[in-house]
Design a protein around this ligand. Structure first.
Ligand code: ZN
Length: 367
């Protein structure tokens, strides 16, 4: 099935020439899930020229996220058909535009929004894209994703990349920066000067949350699982770093905050940290969560919830506006921590590395 790794330049030159002449189909490279936990480099047909209101994108870099690990595990609730091209997060170049597309032109660099929203429902019209009532799926999860040389995408679901932002940094925006912006600001309403607890400071979103919160003048406490990661988290700017394997983090948080607790908890680890996260908040504190990497079930003491006047918010994805803010944040110098960049041929190592949690920052795949 695989023809190995063709020279990218020649393949793309061939494809672009094909597109221009709208001639016979060629093939592209695509990273496809062919069964649960089985990913293969395939060569499907190149996409047709973009339809009206669509653009054709040449994918430069794909960012890996936990949504990809769920995808590889074959989540029971995800309805989809194999083969499925993976990759929810990417940075791309526009190579062709369909009819009616005026806001984008070939050569523009964009971050495509991963969810295929309707654009017309009440939520979409109000800019709450991740609450779309008629979403057709998330690319790379329910429907074909971005880990392929070329793909067509609705033009309205593309966010332009500022000139000063490079491909690798831009490939951390559609999921990671978007998620963090939405969690910290739209949901938790984090303000300068507040105390924030960030779990798993070495993770893709954890490391970004630390940098963003520090850039607006917050005091950041973070948890990590090793001495090596503790050092890196401090270098990122975290004010206090707790090795959760050595100390109960909630006890340390209460000590650091004079028994008051933090204003905001950034949760995504779930079962292992849930109870401690609730105990780490001050009265009226806000907890925002977007994940459950250690398990999905946590207890909630309702007396504690109402007496302490906690606000707990679930957060999934982000509106397009959060992607634009994330790109501006990078342009202003709040850049992502990039752990490793793999080639398409080495994607398996990237997934293994993400799953092993032996990672500090984002894992990317260059096409
Ligand atoms: Zn909608």
């Amino acid at each position: 099935m695989s023809r190995g790794l063709p020279c990218r330049a020649s393949v793309l030159t061939g494809l672009i020439a094909t597109d221009r002449t709208q001639n016979a189909m060629s093939t592209i490279r695509a990273l496809q899930l062919i069964a649960d936990r089985q990913v293969a480099l395939s060569e499907p047909d190149a996409p047709p020229p973009p339809a009206a209101d669509e653009v054709q994108l040449r994918v430069h870099t794909v960012g890996l996220n936990h949504i990809d690990v769920w995808g590889f595990r074959g989540m029971a609730f995800a309805k989809r058909l194999y083969p499925l091209t993976v990759g929810a997060e990417s940075a791309c170049e526009v190579v062709a535009t369909g009819a009616n597309v005026t806001a984008l032109a070939p050569g523009d660099r964009v971050v495509p929004y991963s969810a295929l929203t309707c654009g017309t429902c009440r939520a979409c019209r109000r800019g709450m894209d991740n609450l779309c009532e008629n979403v057709a799926g998330v690319r790379g999860f329910h429907v074909s994703g971005f880990a392929q040389d070329l793909t067509n995408h609705p033009a309205r679901l593309c966010v332009k990349i500022p000139q000063s932002v490079d491909w690798h940094d831009a490939a951390c925006v559609a999921v990671a920066y978007g998620t963090v912006e939405h969690m910290l600001f739209d949901n938790a309403r984090l303000e300068p000067g507040e105390w924030l607890l960030v779990h798993a400071g070495g993770s893709g979103i954890g490391s970004i949350a630390i940098r963003i919160a520090k850039s607006i003048g917050c005091t950041v406490i973070t948890t990590v699982g090793s001495a090596e990661k503790a050092e890196k988290a401090r270098a990122l700017g975290a004010d206090h770093v707790i090795n959760y394997r050595e100390e109960r983090f909630e006890g340390v948080v209460r000590k650091l905050t004079g028994k008051k607790g933090v204003d905001v908890v950034f949760e995504h680890t779930g079962a292992d940290t849930w109870a401690g996260s609730l105990l780490s908040m001050k009265r009226g504190g806000r907890l925002v969560t977007c994940g459950a990497t250690s398990g999905p079930i946590g207890n909630l003491n309702l007396m504690q919830l109402f007496q302490q006047q906690y606000r707990i918010t679930g957060s999934f994805g982000a509106p397009m506006s959060a992607l634009a803010r994330g790109l501006d944040r990078i342009a202003s110098g709040v850049r992502p921590v990039i752990d490793t960049v793999y080639t398409l041929a080495d994607f398996r190592a990237g997934i293994d590395r993400l799953e092993s949690r032996d990672v500090f920052g984002k894992i990317l795949i260059d096409l």
